[in-house]
Design a protein around this ligand. Structure first.
Ligand SMILES: NC(=O)C1=CN([C@@H]2O[C@H](COP(=O)(O)OP(=O)(O)OC[C@H]3O[C@@H](n4cnc5c(N)ncnc54)[C@H](O)[C@@H]3O)[C@@H](O)[C@H]2O)C=CC1
Ligand SMILES: O=C(CO)COP(=O)(O)O
Length: 328
């Protein structure tokens, strides 16, 4: 919708012929954006070749679990050099690869040329043209600037950031903390507990991000704090809503079935469990969530485990040598 507002012709690919017909004939997408009329500049197709033929940029927003197969379907129709932007927040499992690495591998392109679009941007509000700020990140400045100019308008402000790794990691990892914030609310803990999980969650995802090559400052930006606030406090958030239902004692399979949309934080918690071992970094919140989601631990017992940890200094956010390296 943002691109259509900016005067671009937009082609949407969907697996569902029925959904494509609805978008083309009624200009609505009732399952995902009820009550919204879409621009007639938006044309949908269930044929990948038709959807991407002759386009100057391709935006991929498949769930992380489907990213590789979607890019494999795109590959035969992809013209080398066409700009690729992705807005998916998650990791590939079990490889733990970031999405831009998966895309670059499949399309045989440089990872730094893939533009990551991230930040606090629930589709439900973007489509209403409510003010939204996001970040586009790539090592390749020309490509990042091109992506920025495609999307930028008076309702949708776009910043650039060269820390592609950090933006991608922040966007994925914040979903774990949003699940935890929802769970805290579902348990009825109130504002103090939610502020605690957001703040300590930010420390945790920044610590692991830095260990994986991110600039810590990226976690104070739109892809970090910005998206964490949105996802951990919004009624739109699938991750918060799933956490809330889990906190109320509903079983995971029931929660996911009722949601009917992807809850990336579940898979990302699984990824974080492996990441904390691989990168030798403590992720206490993700670790407790992992136990609640995958080993049947009671959520109140998990909270007790978090609150009963050994005393720490608050500033033990990341390894000092990494911090010093960034501040040299
Ligand atoms: N919904 C939002 O406001 C935002 C979502 N994102 C990210 O976008 C990604 C997608 O999320 P949503 O659109 O919210 O999920 P969703 O569950 O609402 O929609 C996912 C879409 O992908 C399709 N899909 C699933 N598996 C597929 C496959 N194998 N091949 C082709 N299509 C497939 C589904 O049919 C559905 O149309 C996630 O990584 C999410 O974190 C990022 C920013 C905002
Ligand atoms: O990342 C998002 C908003 O920026 C979407 O979060 P949810 O998947 O939790 O709705």
């Amino acid at each position: 919708s943002v691109l259509a507002d900016n005067g671009h012709d937009v082609f949407v690919w969907t697996r569902s012929e029925q959904q494509a017909a609805e978008i083309n004939l009624q200009h609505t997408n009732s399952r995902y954006l009820p009550g919204i009329t879409l621009s007639d500049r938006i044309v949908a197709s269930s044929d990948m070749e038709e959807a991407v033929k002759g386009t100057s940029a391709i935006i991929i927003v498949a769930p992380s679990s489907a990213m590789r197969t979607v890019v494999q379907q795109l590959k035969p129709h992809y013209t080398k050099g066409t700009l690729i932007i992705h807005a998916t927040k998650g990791f590939e499992l079990p490889s733990l690869k970031r999405m831009s690495a998966v895309i670059a591998e499949e399309l045989d392109s440089a990872e730094g040329d893939i533009v990551v679009l991230s930040g606090p941007s629930h589709a439900e509000e973007v489509v209403k043209r409510n003010p939204t700020t996001i970040v586009v990140a790539a090592l390749n400045d020309e490509k990042a600037n091109y992506a920025r100019d495609l999307f930028m308008n008076v309702n949708f402000r776009v910043y650039t950031n060269r820390d592609q790794v950090g933006v991608e990691l922040a966007g994925a990892l914040k979903n774990i903390i949003a699940l935890g914030a929802g769970m805290s609310d579902g348990l009825g803990f109130g504002d103090n507990a939610k502020a605690a999980i957001i703040t300590r969650g930010l420390a945790e995802i920044s610590r692991v991000g830095v260990q994986m090559g991110a600039n810590p400052l990226t976690f104070s930006g739109l892809a970090g704090v910005g998206d964490l606030v949105v996802t951990a406090t919004s009624k739109h958030s699938r991750n918060w809503r799933a956490g809330y239902a889990l906190g109320q004692g509903k079983p995971l399979n029931e929660v996911l079935e009722a949601m009917g949309m992807v809850v990336e934080g579940i898979r990302t918690t699984e990824a974080a469990h492996a990441i904390s071992i691989k990168f030798n970094v403590q992720m206490p919140i993700a670790d407790q969530l992992y136990q609640v989601l995958f080993t049947g631990k009671d959520s109140r017992t998990a909270v007790e485990a978090l609150m009963g940890r050994d005393p720490k200094t608050e500033m033990e956010v990341m390894k000092l040598e990494t911090w010093e390296q960034w501040h040299k």
